[in-house]
Design a protein around this ligand. Structure first.
Ligand code: ZN
Length: 504
């Protein structure tokens, strides 16, 4: 039996969590509006509103009342049920992280990052790394300092990784990437020596109005309830989940790129299925929503690549797509379509790269981030290091910084340690497939018939329903045992060896 003060503290905690969730909801809607419907010159009022709301959030997370409640609950953590204990730990973590950064540094950093984003955008457009260099230097210096505030006992880059993937370390990632590179680099070399795949028909004219109808069809096949999930249109596709009954995804249509929006919808749809599959009991608490970037990407990439780019799924989907675009696809069959959407080749731009080479793009960024944070690479020498790694890993020459080290927005927004989650997501997904296939013998026959229910049910049962109850590593291990990147390497080897008819 818990004593009175603990029961009261739990009630108080829930009240604080609900207020915090309401602020996140409000800030999320303001942000979503900014990216979708808001007219161009409306940043001023939005900036003020966001300033007030984030100030309230800061106060709520660090205030004396919160600290007092957390002190009581941390002292009695062993008496709390699993979910409440996790909520306390997550609130405690948020509280410590924010309060460890001195307020003036936090403010100065917010201003810096805000300026850096527009400077980066201009530097990218004008191919002018020198303009961005002083901002990135400061961002790197701040991140090195913040790493010490986040977790003084960890190596600085480990502390940053931990912000995006709780429990992840360089030791794990070094081994993961090294093993993966040893498989992908020679495999890619063999793919490049094989006859090229023709994907030219994907670049014919596909009217956007009809692509919107294709999106509707895909949402239906994915089994996503449109009364709880809308599709917007933005420059860069993304997913926002406010709670498990209100999720927004976006896509971007390109008239001459049929596969672009198609796979954005399936990818973001995977994120949405995760958010929608969380149990009601986590709504409006600190344990709401997907647990980490890596687990989230495992879900989006599972639907995009493992299901969406499978022969079984394309076999089901292609006749429907051809019905929508009879002229554009008159001379194409399902096998040609399957091959085209899986075509692999070294390229310059991460977001446009294929399933095989994607992890190599991530490895370049990982190496560079490690060196920037440990001080062995100066920001000034970043373009040269970037270009050398693209040559070494992908075998290509980078013609300019716009299509090189200036291509991604992440660093300008202060996100250092975020990139590895993308590659981890792919590897988590491949191992989930391995477990799923063992438990569901008729899996691919179902997918070939357009029935994704068994796949979704497996993921809901093992991953989605837990929201953020478990740390990502623990959640993954409960679902499919110890993480082993060999599954991803085997998946890529099997798929591309068959696709390109490579013989051992
Ligand atoms: Zn994603």
């Amino acid at each position: 039996m818990m004593d009175q003060s603990v029961t009261e503290a739990v009630a108080k905690l829930r009240e604080l969590e609900e207020k915090r969730a309401a602020l996140y909801h409000a800030m999320g809607v303001v942000n979503y509006d900014a990216l979708t419907a808001a007219p161009k010159d409306t940043a001023e009022g939005r900036g003020r509103t966001m300033g007030v709301l984030s100030g309230m959030e800061y106060e709520l997370t660090t205030g004396a009342e919160t600290v007092a409640v957390l002190d009581v609950l941390m002292a009695h953590i062993a008496e709390l049920d699993e979910q409440t204990a996790r909520e306390v730990q997550l609130m405690k973590k948020a509280n410590e992280q924010i309060s460890r950064i001195p307020a003036e540094e936090y403010t100065a950093y917010s201003v810096l990052v805000n300026d850096a984003q527009s400077v980066w955008q201009r530097a990218k457009n004008e191919n002018d790394f020198a303009a961005f260099e002083p901002y990135l230097e400061k961002i790197v210096a701040y991140n090195r300092t913040f790493a010490g505030y986040y977790n003084p006992d960890m190596k600085p880059y480990d502390a940053l990784l931990n912000e995006y993937e709780e429990g992840m370390t360089m030791e794990v990632l070094d081994g993961f990437f090294e093993n993966l590179r040893a498989v992908i680099v020679p495999l890619l070399r063999r793919v490049m020596a094989a006859p090229a795949i023709d994907d030219s028909f994907l670049h014919r004219s596909y009217p956007i109005e009809k692509q919107r109808v294709l999106s509707d069809m895909l949402m239906e096949v994915l089994g996503i309830d449109r009364s709880h999930c809308s599709i917007g249109e933005t420059e860069h596709p993304f997913t926002d989940g406010f709670n498990n009954k209100d999720v927004r995804i976006t896509t971007h249509y390109h008239e001459h790129e049929l596969a672009s929006s198609m796979y954005s919808v399936i990818h973001e749809g995977g994120h949405a299925i995760y958010e929608l599959g969380c149990e009601d009991r986590f709504n409006y608490t600190a344990a709401a929503g997907g647990v980490s970037m890596g687990i989230h990407e495992s879900q989006s990439r599972f639907f995009e690549n493992i299901i969406g780019r499978s022969r079984a799924f394309i076999g089901f989907l292609f006749p429907k797509i051809r019905e929508m675009f009879p002229e554009q696809l008159a001379d194409v069959d399902a096998e040609m379509f399957y091959r085209a959407v899986n075509k692999a080749e070294p390229s310059l731009i991460r977001t446009e790269s294929d399933e095989l080479t994607y992890a190599l793009h991530i490895m370049v960024r990982y190496e560079i981030e490690k060196r920037l944070i440990d001080g062995s690479l100066a920001v000034h020498d970043l373009p040269a290091a970037w270009n050398a790694l693209y040559r070494e890993y992908l075998g290509i020459d980078v013609p300019d910084d716009r299509s090189g080290c200036l291509q991604d927005s992440h660093w300008s927004g202060g996100a250092i340690g975020y990139f590895p989650s993308y590659a981890l997501g792919s590897a988590y997904g491949a191992q989930m497939l391995h477990c799923m296939e063992a438990e569901l013998p008729g899996l691919w026959e179902q997918v070939a018939a357009g029935n994704l229910a068994p796949v979704k049910e497996w993921l809901r049962e093992h991953i989605h329903r837990y929201a953020s109850l478990y740390a990502p590593g623990e959640l993954f291990e409960r679902a499919c045992g110890k993480f082993d990147a060999a599954h991803f390497a085997a998946y890529l080897t099997d798929k591309y060896t068959a696709l390109y008819g490579l013989k051992d």
